[in-house]
Ligand binder design. Structure first.
Ligand code: ADP
Ligand code: ADP
Length: 233
């Protein structure tokens, strides 16, 4: 579903590449973790999947990235939006509406869907995320875990084949983090969505993963394996 072939990304003129010579594959319908210390290039990898690199952010891409067969060099982020949904590192600051229901609907607005399809998808997503009882609530009155589920929900209404999340549990307490991770796992197993989740704390998320991609150090090749293999390193 996602394939990197000899991918390097450089920002600006000077300095070492943020990621270098990366080959990786994320198979369809798996929950895959992208793990490594801060600054190792995780966000850069995610941005290369959503197309922000090379089209925005100032990063220069070498090599080839394809998502569902589409080359990100020739497809701009807008042209990937029906395939890739992205939940950024700080989604809580990006809410654009007041209530849960409005926020879920907003995610679909650029897709030009018919009103009845949009209504159906809001209902389906409220149920999927266990948010039905909160539909009319102001987002600001929700817990961190509930807010994170709304942020994910506003992307899920677009029915992305690939969901990419940057440290989605970093602001959550362990119980709320578990709730979000279990929900992502259901998404993979029930709907076949491909999920790639970046995280710097392996222990917190590893039990939910099908595959782990470890970026050990800046510029180093990724180590890819099943959770048990990576835990043994
Ligand atoms: P991580 O997500 O693992 O913390 P990043 O991909 O954010 O790693 O960063 C990898 C390196 O690339 C860092 O040295 C960071 O400063 C640099 N970098 C990331 N984004 C940009 C950008 N838009 N412009 C310049 N440098 C960047
Ligand atoms: P519509 O465009 O009317 O919503 P679709 O055929 O695109 O119709 O979607 C309906 C189907 O999508 C349902 O069978 C449901 O199981 C499935 N579905 C629900 N949530 C998602 C999701 N996040 N990603 C992909 N498919 C989903």
């Amino acid at each position: 579903m996602i394939r990197f072939e000899q991918v390097s990304v450089t920002y600006g003129d000077a300095g070492a590449p943020a990621v270098q010579g990366v080959d990786l594959t994320v198979p369809e319908g798996e929950l895959c973790l992208l793990v490594g210390p801060s600054g190792v290039g995780k966000s850069t990898v995610l941005n290369a999947i959503s197309g922000l690199v090379p089209h925005f952010t100032g990063g220069t891409l070498h090599g080839r990235v394809t998502v569902d067969g589409r080359d990100t060099r020739t497809h701009r982020p807008r042209e990937l939006a029906d395939v890739v949904g992205t939940v950024g590192q700080d989604p809580l600051s990006h809410f654009v509406t007041d209530t849960v229901e409005d926020e879920l609907a907003y995610g679909m607005e650029s897709l030009g869907l018919a009103p009845d399809v949009m209504r159906r998808r809001v209902e389906e997503t409220l149920d999927l995320l266990g948010l039905a009882g909160l539909r009319d609530r102001a987002i600001t009155t929700l817990s961190g875990g509930q807010q994170q589920r709304v942020a994910i929900g506003s992307v899920l209404t677009t029915h992305p084949k690939v969901l990419v999340l940057d440290e989605p549990t970093s602001a959550l307490d362990p119980a709320a983090a578990e709730e979000v991770l279990a929900m992502l796992q259901r998404l993979v197993h029930d709907l076949g969505t491909t999920v790639l989740l970046a995280e710097h704390r392996l222990e917190r998320v590893v039990q939910y993963a099908d595959q782990v991609i470890l970026l050990p150090a800046p510029g180093a090749a990724p180590v890819i394996g099943e959770p048990a293999e990576i835990m043994a390193i």
